[in-house]
Design a protein around this ligand. Sequence first.
Ligand code: PLP
Length: 449
Amino acid sequence: MTELSGGPALPQERRLVTAIPGPKSQELLARKGAAVAAGVGSVLPVFAARAGGGVIEDVDGNSLIDFGSGIAVTSVGSSAEAVVRRASAQLADFTHTCFMVTPYEGYIAVCEELAKLTPGDHAKKSALFNSGAEAVENAVKIARAYTKRQAVVVFDHGYHGRTNLTMALTAKNMPYKHSFGPFAPEVYRVPVAYPYRWLTGAENCAEEAAAQAIDMISKQVGAENVAAIVIEPVLGEGGFIEPAKGFLPKIVEFAKDNGIVFVADEIQSGFCRTGQWFACEDEGIVPDLITTAKGIAGGLPLAAVTGRAEIMDAAHSGGLGGTYGGNPVACAAALGSIETMRELDLNAKAKRIEEVMKGRLGAMQEKFEIIGDIRGRGAMIAIELVQPGSKDPNPSATGALAKACHAAGLVVLTCGTYGNVLRFLPPLVIGEDLLNEGLDILEEAFTQL
Ligand SMILES: *Cc1c(COP(=O)(O)O)cnc(C)c1O
């Protein structure tokens, strides 16, 4: 039992009472096929009935261990007590007035928390939106208004969303961009320091990648034309790539020297996910702007751009916003989520998850040759799978392992430019027994492969 879930307390156990998917999920799958657009895919063929702590219960009564958190969203657990309490109270008071019409306190309180929690002690302001992609788009708008320049620099393996501008910022064609062009102009992509795949070796990676990136920006774009450099401090969809230490500080310095707004996209890596409030803290980086979403509001849709007051204020009044941006219920949920992160010290929990996971995965790597790399921080951990005896990507084993885990009642996700990365994003409140049981399932899946 957990005291962390809002609704009827959900037993914190894995329980399989039908095949996966069970009959009720199969019925819903048929209805999905008939009513929902084919482009909207789902990783698992099971339908959720309840979720909380470290489990998701499906409509057939199966209870699955959750190593996905709905893609790094329910870090505080689904229906966390403080989220439910605060959001319910707000629901009863008012659901919407539109902050651009008659504003309310919750929005301001979230912006005040963001100013406190994000790196740097300079004056900060925020603007709130609904989705991560919207936050990234607005960061670009703000940077352009501030610099009066147009170009945006992004990186290999980067992911920033599915709207037109953020598709342009995203690296991977399939499934994010294919057949959806033309894309927004003035977007330029440069190399990132991906240590495992750097051709001259991991030790040279930071220096060489930074030099190449800076050379490309200077020669092909012109630093004086660049409004913003946008990067994920730990690249998410691209494969949980941690840029080699030293790379990010060099890019930040280049941005600073050239009047370019440095934007850290912490939509996946932020809010305790990596064992810090924000992943860029690990190298002492203070971004000019930071985009957040996913983990911020315990499952309700909310996103933010936070940054230096003088940059944030560059857009004219009325230039930023949106009908639902900073919805009062989502703001209340964010305040509950942040309260939970503080009270339960979820940064420490994330670090403990890393310790357990890396210990177990390291032991698996000794046994299973196809585990090429183990990486990530906190509760944002991944393994990159390769062909035996090489570094050639192994997407088929990755898919087969994910499927085997799903059938055994463990929710895991894949990612990576080459589709060969298994990623683990458990809720930070997951019990250690469930965490280990999930890793047992993974190990068994490797043995069976
Ligand atoms: C998920 C994600 C986005 C997009 O967020 P949405 O809420 O899906 O629009 C942008 N950047 C990063 C790093 C992400 O992980």
